[in-house]
Design a protein around this ligand. Structure first.
Ligand code: RBF
Length: 171
């Protein structure tokens, strides 16, 4: 199992673009709030650490993960954002609800990304149980909120670079 072998939040700081000029939306699901708020802390701190300004980070909460795409679309319509990060945690239970929710959120965020040409980041944990969620929300497998923030910065910078007509990106 790949995630047993590495801490997924480890990355090379120097390879991440400066986020000082970028603005972000963060949408947080309230279900499993002890997990999603830990994801949020990791996400928010990472954006700040890479130069994003607090006044350029806009956060809203939605009831559950199923509402993440709608919340992201609403927030994107209200603010001028370079990327929107969606954070949630859908724990597998006795029924198949998790599959329907996860599929809907993933598809919803892809649809938004393609329709707008803007990154909508999937920061939703899909664990089998609560311990797996804790392990990925600041536990032994790092914090997926950190990864979501890094992905948002990289994708937002990619979009800015492309839209500013730079001939060379990266390297
Ligand atoms: N939302 C989550 O973010 N995580 C969950 O683990 C979760 N489990 C749910 C289980 C069931 C049986 C149902 C009906 C909803 C669940 N939701 C969960 C809430 C869902 O994302 C959404 O807020 C509601 O279905 C209302 O649209």
């Amino acid at each position: 199992m790949a995630s047993a072998l590495k801490n997924l939040s480890r990355y090379n700081d120097s390879e991440i673009p400066d986020a000082a000029a970028l603005s972000f939306g963060i949408v947080v699901a309230e279900w499993n709030a002890h997990i999603t708020h830990a994801l949020y802390e990791g996400c928010y701190d990472t954006l700040l650490r890479h130069g994003a300004k607090a006044e350029n980070i806009h956060t809203v909460q939605v009831p559950g993960s199923f509402e993440l795409p709608a919340g992201a679309r609403i927030l994107n319509g209200q603010k001028n954002l370079d990327a929107v990060i969606c954070l949630g945690c859908v724990i597998k239970g006795e029924t198949n609800h998790n599959e329907y929710i996860n599929q809907a959120v993933a598809q919803g965020l892809v649809n938004l990304s393609i329709a707008t040409g803007k990154p909508f980041i999937f920061g939703v944990l899909t664990p089998n149980d609560e311990q797996q969620a804790l392990d990925r929300a600041g536990g032994k497998h790092g914090n997926k909120g950190v990864e979501a923030a890094v992905t948002a910065i990289r994708m937002a910078a990619l979009k800015r670079g492309v839209s500013e007509g730079k001939k060379k990106i990266g390297f």
